[in-house]
Design a protein around this ligand. Structure first.
Ligand code: RTP
Ligand code: MG
Length: 145
């Protein structure tokens, strides 16, 4: 095992319905790949109500929860596993701020997001959550690094 592999880590990504609806899967993947993140697993699915509620369970008491679940189940999403050096913080940087009005130039949300709810992508916020989220959608043998 070389040094590169030793420091590789994973994050979980979702290309959200507002983006798949506008045919932006490829454009978003191009930004992801240009930033040095490798797409090591990917599947297009329609989230069920239960899957979306489980996935965003941490936000269940928030005012926007109903809207968030409705939005995430409205149309297909693309679930992905991304691999890189420091994958979690790297992808958060590539995504940009939650509200696209605050997102930096060149970030996915600055380029493509419509508003704070329809913000085109999800990315894990910690290594711990990344592992949990990946396990919710992918078997280990589906992830090919
Ligand atoms: P995500 O979990 O989707 O990667 O986004 P995030 O970490 O940047 O933001 P988070 O605070 O975890 O919120 C999750 C998602 O909920 C929606 N949201 N809507 N209407 C609102 O004020 C509001 N705030 C958050 C967004 O879709 C956000 O990505
Ligand atoms: Mg979050």
């Amino acid at each position: 095992q070389n040094k590169m592999e030793l420091y590789m880590s994973r994050t979980f990504s979702i290309i959200k319905p507002d983006a798949t609806r506008r045919n932006l899967t490829g454009a978003i993947n191009a930004v992801i790949e240009a930033a040095g993140l490798r797409i090591v697993a990917q599947r297009r699915i329609k989230l069920t109500q239960a899957q979306a509620e489980t996935f965003y369970g941490v936000h269940s008491e928030r005012s926007f929860f109903g809207e968030l679940v409705a939005q995430m189940t409205s149309e297909p999403v693309v679930v992905q596993v991304l691999e890189a050096d420091n994958a979690v913080p790297k992808y958060r940087e590539v995504m940009g701020a939650t509200n696209p009005e605050n997102a930096a130039e060149g970030t996915i949300r600055k380029l493509f997001a419509l508003n704070v709810g329809e913000n085109s992508v999800h990315g894990s916020d910690s290594d711990e959550n990344a592992a949990l989220e990946i396990a919710q959608f992918f078997a280990e043998e589906e992830i090919v690094g």
